[in-house]
Design a protein around this ligand. Structure first.
Ligand SMILES: CC(C)(COP(=O)(O)OP(=O)(O)OC[C@H]1O[C@@H](n2cnc3c(N)ncnc32)[C@H](O)[C@@H]1OP(=O)(O)O)[C@@H](O)C(=O)NCCC(=O)NCCS
Length: 164
């Protein structure tokens, strides 16, 4: 499958990210809330965040992920403006799951991060997100720490990978 991965610091790319989120369903209100949430995150593009977009030749944007450089939950273990950065909001259009696209997108992100002098990548994953945990295990991410999750009884696992 022909694809490319572009990096963006352009807030106008919001709709490309929303189009991927829409593939998971939800009514107009849900999508409105998701759009507002992502729009707010993208105000930090260029300063604190880089957006990676995965594009397929025939389909346009089918995946996205952010790299947070300076401030991730005000936790210096997660991003430190220097050599530690935090991966956030990885998503692949539902119609294109299990085709190896997330793996390829993450590989590109890791390569770019390395070029930027980042030596350690971190990420957070909900304790019940079996698919993502399996993906991160395969990509070589190790457990960093456990925090309280968004939902009661579902912890948030922080993971890391050394890329230097
Ligand atoms: C998690 C997600 C990004 C994976 O994307 P993907 O393109 O389907 O992943 P890949 O095809 O590269 O799969 C790589 C590995 O992930 C794991 N995986 C992916 N989908 C899986 C599934 N349905 N069941 C179990 N493991 C799965 C497997 O280990 C898989 O390797 P394998 O196919 O050799 O068994 C995708 O399911 C998604 O967008 N989920 C919703 C958003 C999300 O949860 N993001 C993560 C936030 S932390």
């Amino acid at each position: 499958m022909e694809f490319d991965v572009t990096t963006s610091v352009n807030p106008d790319d919001l709709e490309k990210v929303v189009s991927v989120a829409k593939s998971f369903g939800g009514n107009d209100e849900d999508i409105k809330a998701i759009r507002a949430y992502i729009k707010n995150e993208l105000t930090e593009l260029g300063d604190n965040r880089i957006l990676f977009l995965m594009n397929l030749q025939e389909h346009g944007t089918v995946g996205s992920v952010q790299l947070i450089l300076k401030n991730a939950n005000s936790d210096k273990d997660l991003a430190n403006s220097n050599d530690v950065a935090h991966i956030h909001a990885l998503q692949i259009n539902k119609a294109f799951h299990r085709m190896g696209l997330a793996t390829k997108l993450m590989n590109k992100l890791e390569l770019k991060a390395k070029e930027m002098g980042i030596r350690k990548l971190t990420l957070g994953v909900d304790g019940d997100n079996r698919k993502a945990i399996s993906l991160y295990d395969k990509l070589g991410y190790f457990n960093l720490k456990v925090a309280e999750g968004r939902e009661k009884d579902i912890p948030l696992f922080y993971k890391y990978k050394k890329i230097s």
